[in-house]
Design a protein around this ligand. Structure first.
Ligand code: KIV
Length: 306
C-alpha cells in the first residue's frame, strides 16, 4: 500500500487549458512557451502544478526512466503506458506523445495508425516526430488524419548515429541550410510547432523571422518562442553527463539518496518505525488474540492440518 494518488484538482480559478490557438497566440504576443517532458503520474502532477504550457512524453523516457543508452529501443506499447500515466496527472498543458523510432518511418499508414494510438489509448492531443525528408510526408499524412503534429529538427536523437553522434548540428552554412529546409517543409505541411535541438543560437535566431509556427528550443539559444528541457535533467534526478544546454534547477537525485539513506540507517538502528507509525488494538481484543495463540490445539497442529 502507498499513499493514494492525488487526481488533479479543478479549483474555479485554475488556468484555462492550453490549446493550439493559445500556443499560436502566445507566439504572436511574444509570451515565452514553457515545455517540459514527463513520463509518469507524479511527474505530470509536478509539471501541472508548476504551470507548464506544453508537455511531451518524450522518447527520452527510454533513457531517463527505462535505463536504455539511447532513445532507439523504446517501442509504442511502452510509450503508450508512459503517456497514459502522464494523462492521468495532467489537466492544463497540451499533451504530445513522441513517436518512437520505427513507429512512423515505414509508411504514412503506419505513422497515422501509431499517432491515433497516442490519441485513442493515451489521451494525447498531439504527436511529435523527428527529422525532415521522409518525415515531412509522414507529418502531412498525420495532420490530414486530424492529429496535430510537432516537428523536430537539428539534433534528432533517433538518428544520432547518422548525424555523427550527440552533437550540435547546423554549424556549417550547408548544414544550417538543410535544417532550414526541413523546418520550412514541416511548417508548410501543417505542423503546429517545431523543436530546434542543439543548433547554434545565431542559426535559430536567423530562422525565427521565417517561422510562423511556435519554435521550441533546446540548446538553440534565447530567440525561439519557447524552451523545452527533459524533466530528469532540469531537476537533477539522473546523474552523469548532461548536454551543454541543460540547466539544473534542483538536485533531486541527491535529495532522494539522502532520504533513502536516512531510512536505511533508522531501520538498522531500530529508530524506525516508532509509535507514531503504529496501529493500536483494544486491550480486550489483544487479550482474546493472546488466548487464541495459547491454545493447545494450535500447538498440536501438523502441517497437514493447515
Ligand atoms: O524525447 C525528448 O525528450 C525530446 C525533447 C528533448 C524535445 O525529443
Amino acid at each position: 500500500m502507498s499513499s493514494a494518488p492525488r487526481v488533479p484538482s479543478t479549483p474555479p480559478d485554475e488556468r484555462p487549458r492550453i490549446t493550439l490557438p493559445r500556443l499560436a497566440e502566445m507566439k504572436e504576443l511574444g509570451e515565452p512557451i514553457a515545455m517540459v517532458t514527463a513520463y509518469d503520474f507524479p511527474s505530470a502532477q509536478v509539471v501541472e502544478e508548476a504551470g507548464v504550457d506544453l508537455v511531451l512524453v518524450g522518447d527520452s523516457g527510454a533513457m531517463t526512466v527505462l535505463g536504455h543508452e539511447s532513445t532507439v529501443p523504446v517501442g509504442m506499447d511502452e510509450m503508450l503506458m508512459l503517456a497514459a500515466a502522464v494523462r492521468r496527472g495532467l489537466r492544463t498543458p497540451l499533451l504530445a506523445g513522441d513517436l518512437p523510432f520505427g513507429s512512423y518511418e515505414g509508411s504514412n499508414e503506419q505513422a497515422i495508425a501509431n499517432a491515433q494510438r497516442f490519441v485513442k489509448e493515451a489521451g494525447c492531443e498531439a504527436v511529435k516526430l523527428e527529422r525532415g525528408g521522409a518525415s515531412v510526408d509522414r507529418a502531412r499524412a498525420i495532420v490530414r488524419a486530424g492529429i496535430p503534429v510537432m516537428g523536430h529538427v537539428g539534433l534528432t536523437p533517433q538518428t544520432a548515429t547518422a548525424l555523427g553522434g550527440y552533437k550540435a548540428q547546423g554549424r556549417t552554412g550547408e548544414r544550417a541550410s538543410q535544417i532550414a529546409e526541413d523546418a520550412f517543409a514541416l511548417q508548410a505541411v501543417g505542423c503546429f510547432a517545431i523543436v530546434f535541438e542543439a543548433v547554434p543560437a545565431a542559426v535559430a535566431e536567423a530562422l525565427m523571422p521565417r517561422m510562423e509556427i511556435p519554435v521550441i528550443g533546446i540548446g538553440a539559444g534565447g530567440a525561439t518562442d519557447g524552451q523545452v528541457l527533459v524533466f530528469h535533467d532540469l531537476l537533477g534526478i539522473n546523474t552523469g553527463h548532461t548536454a551543454r544546454f541543460v540547466k539544473r534547477y534542483a538536485a533531486v537525485h541527491d535529495a532522494m539518496v539522502a532520504g533513502v539513506s536516512e531510512y536505511v540507517a533508522e531501520v538498522r538502528s531500530h529508530r524506525f518505525p516508532n509509535p507514531d507509525h503504529e496501529y493500536s488494538i483494544d486491550p480486550a481484543e489483544l487479550s482474546a488474540f493472546a488466548d487464541y495463540l495459547d491454545q493447545d490445539t494450535l500447538a498440536a497442529k501438523t502441517p497437514w492440518d493447515w
